[in-house]
Design a protein around this ligand. Structure first.
Ligand code: SF4
Ligand code: SF4
Length: 382
């Protein structure tokens, strides 16, 4: 939804759920703990996190969006509930997180039922919503209902912002979108302990020169307490002009340093947040190194731990690589069967040292890396 990338925190949340704030181990209350752990640490061949595009429709028209809104077929595409029910029943025990995105996910009128299908048919520990925040009431109602019904699941609502006030609404070509987005953030802040709101600020050539002013406004005037930086990437119909890329990266680094300075990572001071925040800091460093000149730094787990489901049933390892894993409708909606047929693709990603700056994959590359796993765990403790 934000064409940079959405931070996918489900895996971190999963690890952090091993302990509560009083340091009592909680592993025995977690569903399928050993299967999930073995998959993420060793086998890496079952979906740990899915990015599910529930619609390509959107109430905004951001210049950096990769969706072709003139393509009527893709605008109409949407899986029905029966098909999603079938698909989610075949996911298996290893799934920890689903990230709903689009388009604007809250434009799918079945979103609530889709959430319930994942929550009932899979063993997920967290649910992530990437939204432009244009529907404050719908978001608050869904967050309130789900958090009460599933107190052990963490629900994160990440609201994408590019600019302040009218500039934001005009850039995204949606009237009053800024005001609605901030209202959504404020409503989320008042909900249950298992609901968290976050602002995702995507750095692009559009806002690079004013990134500090935008940050200052969000921090000082809007009182935003959890902010994530992403950097726009080339995809679909959107391309960053090469002469603007260095400036965009400079602004991204400035924003990351402001987030550090004001400590706008996840707010909770418990084990969960410390570990999550440590992963985020590592992710920022990797992205900074890879943005201008993509290079191999860690093996990519896309297609193994991570996959992307599009509204027409296509499944890809990520939003970047143009190699399709398959289409759910060709596999009777059985995603496990489809996943199992992609051993060769996973091998190709590994053997070619495929690399890019796609943040969603980076979250899992860091989490599943022996180089970082222990350090992340220790950082959560001290
Ligand atoms: S808000 Fe809508 S138009 Fe903008 S990037 Fe997200 S999906 Fe695209
Ligand atoms: S390195 Fe990037 S393009 Fe390659 S599989 Fe991973 S996320 Fe996709």
């Amino acid at each position: 939804m934000t064409r940079g990338a959405q931070p996918v925190e489900g895996g971190v949340i999963f690890f952090c759920q091993l302990f509560d704030r009083s340091w009592r181990p909680k592993i025995f209350s977690m569903k399928y703990f050993w299967e999930k752990s073995y998959n993420i640490a060793v086998s890496k061949n079952r979906p740990t996190s899915l990015i599910h595009f529930v619609t390509n429709r959107c109430n905004a028209r951001c210049p950096h969006c990769f969706i072709d809104f003139d393509d009527l077929k893709s605008q109409k595409a949407q899986m029905n509930l029966q098909d999603i029910d079938k698909m989610t029943r075949t996911i298996g025990r290893q799934l920890m997180n689903v990230n709903f995105t689009g388009g604007e996910p809250f434009l799918n009128r079945n979103l609530k039922q889709i959430c319930h299908l994942y929550l009932e048919n899979t063993a997920i520990d967290s649910m992530f919503f990437s939204t432009n925040g244009g529907f404050p009431q719908k978001v608050a109602e869904l967050a309130s209902e789900l958090s009460a019904a599933y107190p052990k699941v963490v629900f994160t609502f990440s609201i994408s912002i590019d600019d302040i006030g009218d500039r934001h609404s005009q850039y995204r070509k949606s009237t009053m979108l800024y005001e609605k987005a901030m209202m959504t953030y404020r409503k989320i802040q008042t909900l249950g302990r298992n609901v968290q709101g976050n602002i995702t600020l995507t750095v692009s050539p559009h806002n690079a020169a004013r990134i500090k002013d935008i940050f200052d406004h969000l921090h000082s005037i809007e009182n935003v307490r959890s902010l994530t930086a992403t950097i726009v990437r080339d995809e679909g119909v959107y391309k960053v002009a090469p002469e603007r890329a260095a400036e965009t990266l400079r602004a991204y680094k400035e924003l990351v340093s402001l987030i550090h300075k004001h400590d706008l990572f996840y707010e909770d001071s418990g084990y969960l947040s410390r570990m999550m925040n440590e992963k985020e800091k590592k992710l920022y460093r990797y992205i900074e190194k890879a943005y201008l000149q993509p290079r191999f730094q860690l093996p990519c787990t896309a297609g193994g731990l991570l996959g992307v489901i599009y509204p027409n049933g296509d499944v890809f390892p990520c939003e970047v690589l143009g190699k399709k894993m398959g289409n759910l409708y060709d596999h009777d909606m059985n995603i496990s069967r489809l996943w199992g047929k992609n051993t060769e693709l996973r091998k190709w990603i590994k053997d070619t040292k495929c690399n890019c700056s796609y943040e969603c994959a980076w979250s899992y590359n860091i989490l599943s890396s022996p180089k970082h796993m222990l350090q992340l765990g220790v950082r959560g403790i001290v």
